[in-house]
Design a protein around this ligand. Structure first.
Ligand code: SF4
Length: 322
């Protein structure tokens, strides 16, 4: 079976005041229909740039310098802007971190949910609006039909994110990309939104890319995981395998940073020492070496590439003894 999405050797650069910055360096990922892939890493690891590249939303300063993004048989790095616009919202939908900045404050929620149905599916406005009411019901907005007339500021943070999910589902996309969709919400609402997103994408047989810095989220909601660092994928495996058997020191560090219910009361939380790398001045060799407790001389000189450590489990590391 061909994957729905296959990113191969993708490199992306941005023109900045400080010269060209390589935000992605040879990223390869794939995703089958109906699967959830979590892309995990700290800020600046390249996870959001990967997502924006899929949609061709790199802005004027960003460009794909190498590689391909195959989606449903088309290379999205080569299609026209017009074709990308047809795909965006229709076949691939995006849910942003902060819904208030993606919802239009002067349009009602109903208008914003109905618009993609009217635009992409060419349905009469009254039918699209009725469907918007059904979608708000599906995302569990109380009094959904009445709330179609509300403006975004009349919704709570959790309700706005539910409305964004309704908008994403409106055209029954094959792929939904959610970029830190619950970061701005409190913990209880986070769990509700993520469960809703997972259940609705499963019902619709859509695939989901969940971008997050939180490995706790990954355990519950993802089938597969790609861990990113310094613009590269450093480990990829099924979520179950990654938790049981992390094979990269960075993944180990992220795991150790998750607070544990049975941890010693009063003990300090583990943190990975140092800072994420500056993409305009990446360390030589393995870019994790300044923070890696297992770094050897070789790590400072040569870049490790992804290789298989177990079936369907890859890591970019020369190996180490714990
Ligand atoms: Fe650490 Fe070396 Fe592995 Fe990089 S290659 S993660 S520095 S042991």
């Amino acid at each position: 079976m061909n994957p729905l999405l296959a990113i191969s050797d993708l490199s992306v650069t941005f023109a900045t005041d400080r010269g060209h910055v390589q935000a992605l360096d040879g990223v390869s990922l794939s995703l089958n229909a109906g699967e959830t892939l979590a892309v995990v890493g700290e800020s600046g690891s390249g996870k959001s740039v990967t997502a924006l590249s899929i949609l061709g939303l790199l802005g004027d300063s960003g460009r794909v310098s190498d590689g391909s993004i195959e989606f449903g048989g088309e290379d999205l790095t080569k299609v026209s802007d017009q074709r990308l616009r047809e795909i965006r919202g229709n076949q691939i939908a995006f849910i942003f971190q902060e819904p208030m900045s993606s919802l239009n404050p002067v349009l009602t929620i109903g208008t914003q949910v109905a618009e993609p149905i009217w635009l992409h599916h060419k349905k009469p406005w009254s039918e699209a609006f009725e469907q918007a009411g059904e979608l708000l019901q599906r995302v569990a907005i109380p009094d959904a039909v009445k709330r179609l007339e509300d403006y975004p500021h009349q919704f709570s943070g959790g309700m706005r994110q539910r409305a964004m999910i309704a908008m994403a589902l409106a055209c029954q996309p094959k792929l939904i990309i959610a970029d830190e969709p619950t970061t701005a919400l409190d913990v209880t609402v986070q769990a509700q939104i993520l469960s809703l997103l997972k259940n609705l994408t499963k019902e619709a047989n859509s695939s989901l890319i969940l971008i997050t810095h939180d490995l706790g989220v990954v355990a519950r909601y993802a089938d597969n995981v790609a861990v990113m660092y310094g613009g590269r994928v450093v480990e990829t495996a099924s979520a179950r395998e990654l938790y049981k058997n992390p094979q990269h020191p960075y993944t180990e560090g992220l795991m150790a940073s998750i607070p544990k219910l049975d941890g010693d009361p009063g003990s300090r939380l583990y943190t990975i020492e140092g800072q994420p790398p500056d993409l305009s001045n990446l360390p030589s060799g393995c870019s994790f070496h300044p923070r890696c407790p297992y770094a050897q001389d070789k790590c400072t000189m040569t870049k490790p590439t992804l290789s298989e450590v177990a079936p369907n489990h890859l890591r970019a590391c020369f190996g180490y003894e714990r």
